[in-house]
Design a binder for this molecule. Structure first.
Ligand code: 5AD
Ligand code: SF4
Length: 433
């Protein structure tokens, strides 16, 4: 009987891809197979996120649970951003953990599983040229890293301390990986990085100059690639050349993530975001003008230190003006090693909660208004998974989740679908071709 792994992935798409890389290394180089349950596993991995405080607290109670449930002799590894952040401390606090593997040390997975109490969290480690084994959770969609780390120093964000300095992955490796994935049926390519539209600023070693816009063009030239998505871009780097390519390249899906964080220019300055409320509004307006059907999603933090009622009203004003199709909203969470943790004017918990509730309630109203606009319209939907009740699900080019009656024969195909039922998040349709 082969050895079995069980992996839990928290956090963002970068973590999802890191988990895929670890699975590839374990299955192809160490003979592991997937376990059906945690109880059956010989190796349990928790791929963690440290962007907010709560999940970090929860990690230790989870390790306790896993320790009770695991079979005797099974190893537990803590990986990802919290591993980078806490390192050795994890072993001290949770002696049942066998190793700690940081978010920038993923390629060392095959080594740490053999080294009791290993801690590999080197922040300067460069795996931008490492050829990982192949594993994809979805047959129809391929996540591809285009850079590691982040050079932005947003004053609230721990990521520069967990994923380190930004390094772009050479374009020829990205194009090769995209071609291989698309040829094997993953016609949607999802390019990933902390700051994708800063691509090409720094490579490890000598590489031809290349911008994110150039990279988008190169990937779209691969015949088998039908759709390209990417996350996360930074509003500051949304220059005209990038927005024009986004608008006119038919393979680029018309959904854009524009992380606002705050609508107040004063708070944006203290967050070190590099843009103002006016810049953001002007970029969003240009995007809506050039791509009328675009969906815009965003991230917003409320209760950042120093945020007054007036600052919060500025955030609400941007929400009214841009009419985001999706908002991920968070209450500010003080993170160690970040400048904002020491800022004056920490906002009381109740005020943060009240602002968050107001933002979410208003946005829900807006979503209710928007859903009527989709009814009866026809969207091209790329089907990627089966759902219970004899349904297949996929996304429209502009990222609406759509379900229709159907089975395997729809998967991996793009078909026109008329929307017959809508709710805030999901839609039901019928294939009209
Ligand atoms: N507190 C709350 N939210 C945060 N984010 C990042 N750092 C913090 C923090 N300290 C949010 C940002 C980011 C998203 C991934 O998480 O909105 O875009
Ligand atoms: Fe979480 Fe950020 Fe790390 Fe992703 S990069 S796992 S969001 S801390």
């Amino acid at each position: 009987m082969g050895k079995k792994y069980y992996i839990e992935t928290l956090g963002c798409a970068m973590n999802v891809r890191d988990s895929e890389h670890m699975i590839a290394e374990l299955t192809q180089k160490e003979g592991y197979e997937a376990a059906e349950s945690l109880e059956e596993a010989d190796l349990i991995l928790i791929n963690t996120c440290s962007v907010r405080e709560k999940p970090v607290h929860k990690l230790f109670s989870e390790i306790g649970q896993f320790t009770k449930r695991k079979k005797s002799g099974a190893k537990i590894g803590v990986c990802g951003c919290t591993a980078s952040h806490l390192g050795e401390e994890i072993l001290k606090k949770a002696p049942s953990v066998d190793f700690v593997l940081g978010a920038r040390n993923v390629s060392k997975i095959t080594e740490v599983i053999h080294r009791p109490k290993a801690v590999e969290v080197e922040i300067d480690y460069d795996e931008s040229g490492y050829a990982f084994g192949e594993f994809r959770t979805s047959l129809y969609k391929a996540y591809i890293n285009i850079s590691i780390g982040c050079d932005k120093q947003c004053s609230f964000c721990i990521v520069p301390h967990t994923r380190g300095e930004e390094i772009s992955i050479p374009a020829n490796l990205i194009v090769q990986e995209a071609r291989r994935a698309a040829q094997s049926g993953a016609k949607e390519i999802f390019l990933l990085g902390q700051n994708v539209n800063n691509y090409g600023r720094r490579f490890s070693g000598e590489h031809p100059k290349m911008s994110f816009t150039d990279l988008l063009r190169a990937v779209s030239e691969i015949e088998e690639v039908e759709r390209i998505r990417f996350t996360s871009p930074h509003p500051l780097h949304m220059d005209d050349e990038f927005l024009d390519e986004f608008a006119k390249n038919p393979k680029i899906c018309k959904s854009m993530h524009m992380p606002l964080q705050s609508g107040s220019s004063r708070i944006l300055k203290s967050m070190k975001r590099g843009y103002t409320k006016e810049w953001f509004l002007q970029r969003a307006a240009r995007l809506r003008e050039t791509v009328p059907d675009v969906s815009i999603s965003t991230d917003i933090i409320v209760g950042f230190p120093g945020e007054s009622d007036e600052d919060f009203e500025d955030t609400m004003d941007v929400v009214e003006k841009v009419r985001f199709e999706q908002i991920f909203s968070f209450k500010y969470s003080p993170r160690p090693m970040t400048p904002a943790v020491d800022y004056e004017g920490q906002v009381p918990e109740e005020i943060g909660s009240a602002r968050l509730a107001r933002l979410q309630a208003r946005h829900n109203e807006m979503l209710d208004e928007m859903k009527g606009e989709r009814l009866g319209r026809v969207y091209d939907v790329y089907f990627e998974e089966l759902r219970p009740g004899g349904r297949a699900a996929g996304r429209s080019d502009n990222n609406w989740l759509v379900q229709v009656e159907g089975s395997e024969e729809l998967l991996g195909r793009t078909l026109p679908v008329k929307i017959v039922e809508t709710s805030r998040l999901g839609n039901v349709g019928v294939v009209v071709a």
